[in-house]
Design a protein around this ligand. Structure first.
Ligand code: SF4
Ligand code: SF4
Length: 436
């Protein structure tokens, strides 16, 4: 008997398909999923984090370079500790409750069912006998569904743009306003993003999670028998005699009554909501629930509750505190400018004639840096300009030209830079003049 046949034999199932939505667990999950997508949009808009293709990561309008070691390593270490504890305690709940791919796949599936019928599922494995409902197989339904998927794909494609371009420039792009920052490449990049997003919501959906997501495999590494999981009340198993609603509800096609330590379960809770909705009328709880603690494995005697989680917290918490300390130290030491002096390519015979003073402003604000040379007579050098003014985060080079009249020998001099806000740095140069 197929899953759908079994479903049809239980009258209450038809009613509970709706009741399964909007249950206590369901609205909480929807709220978390919505918050996750909003966060994904707000992070670049508020400047908390974005990417500058020429400079790397940008946090709160400050470029973070790999040379800002304590910040980069501290953030990485803190995130690693948090994620290890998250995966150890909540397992793959990220997939079921946070991951936008999962959220969009579920939404696309619901829309498909709404416009094309219950059995209009995308099934690459041929298990479901997918079929468009004859009553819904109308051009109007196909057009509405296609239009909705395209609209959502166009909106999703704007999110990665926000990480690479300023939010106001992306807004100009959306409302087709003239903006010198928008180049032709924007249209190409956006079209590629739209195509990828459309292919994802229209065709790939959960298959991307199931067959390509390495992040899911990564989360498995940290699961233990005590990680949050679904348990089944075996003592009431006779209630399942004519039912498999939870199985047909499960988005990853596993049997929630028998979850394993390493299976595809994403802790989404749809099966719990489904079973609860079946038993709601009778005023009893469903047979499925989340359990946080020792997973019962046949033939294995449970150890004391949460032992392995406590062990992980035992090393993860001190490392996390260390990581926070590194981040704080890195932020304290953060330099708004990067300053260096290079030998230029300009030589006259065997004599080096020029140096390039390179100043990078790492903050997306205006800034001014004054440069001076100490240790050389004024008539022995010329600076192309002594003040570098920055409109935003950018790099400026100043050419320092050494006079031919400098006598042979080694001349040690200092190049000093100082910003209006008080930042200062210096660079010692050993200049050699040979006998001609
Ligand atoms: S666990 Fe609940 S939803 Fe699943 S088959 Fe049994 S009664 Fe039906
Ligand atoms: S078994 Fe339940 S919690 Fe796990 S993925 Fe399936 S429906 Fe979600």
């Amino acid at each position: 008997m197929s899953a759908n046949d079994a479903l049809r034999k239980i009258p209450v199932v038809v009613q509970s398909a709706g009741a399964a939505r909007g249950g206590g667990l369901e609205w909480k999950r929807r709220a978390v999923q919505t918050a996750a997508i909003l966060l994904l949009i707000l992070v670049p808009i508020t400047g908390v984090f974005r990417i500058d293709t020429g400079a790397g990561f940008v946090v709160l309008d400050r470029q973070i370079w790999f040379s800002d070691f304590f910040i980069v390593f501290g953030v990485w270490l803190a995130l690693a500790c948090l994620l290890v504890m998250f995966y150890s305690t909540l397992g793959t709940s990220f997939c079921g409750w946070v991951c936008p791919q999962n959220t969009l796949s579920a939404w696309a599936n619901r829309q498909t069912v709404k416009y094309l019928g219950k059995r209009a599922t995308i099934d690459w494995e041929g298990h479901e006998q997918s079929k468009v409902s004859s009553g819904k197989n109308k051009l109007r339904n196909w057009l509405i569904l296609g239009g909705k998927l395209l609209l959502v794909a166009m909106l999703i494609a704007l999110i990665p743009m926000l990480y690479f371009y300023p939010a106001d420039a992306v807004w100009s792009f959306v409302i087709l306003r003239d903006d010198p920052r928008i180049t032709r490449s924007w249209y190409l990049i956006y079209s590629i993003f739209v195509l990828l997003a459309l292919g994802n919501v229209a065709v790939m959906r959960y298959y991307l999670c199931r067959y390509t997501c390495v992040y899911r495999i990564w989360q498995f590494l940290f699961k233990t028998r005590q990680t949050l999981h679904i348990t089944y009340d075996q003592s009431r198993s006779e209630e399942c005699a004519k039912c498999n609603f939870c199985v047909t509800t499960c988005p990853v096609d596993i049997d929630p009554r028998n979850t394993l330590l390493y299976d595809s379960c994403t802790n989404c809770g749809e099966c719990v909501t489904a079973c609860d909705s079946l038993h709601k009328k009778a005023g009893v709880a469903g047979l499925l629930r989340f359990e946080f603690g020792e997973r019962k494995v046949e033939g294995v005697r449970p150890s004391s509750n949460l032992t392995s989680l406590a062990q992980r917290a035992g090393w993860a918490l001190p490392v996390f505190v260390l990581a926070l300390g590194m981040m704080a130290w890195g932020m304290w030491q953060y330099q708004p400018y990067d300053f260096s002096v290079y030998r230029s390519e300009a030589w006259q015979g065997s004599k080096l004639q020029e140096y390039r003073i390179s100043i990078a402003h790492k903050i997306y604000q205006r800034g001014v840096v004054n440069v001076r040379v100490e240790g050389l007579p004024k008539e022995m050098y010329t600076l192309a300009f002594t003040q570098a003014a920055f409109d935003t985060a950018e790099r400026k080079d100043i050419i320092l030209r050494i006079s031919d009249a400098l006598p042979p020998g080694v001349h040690s001099f200092m190049v000093r830079a100082q910003s209006a806000e008080g930042w200062r740095d210096s660079f010692r140069v050993q200049h050699f003049v040979g006998r001609s």
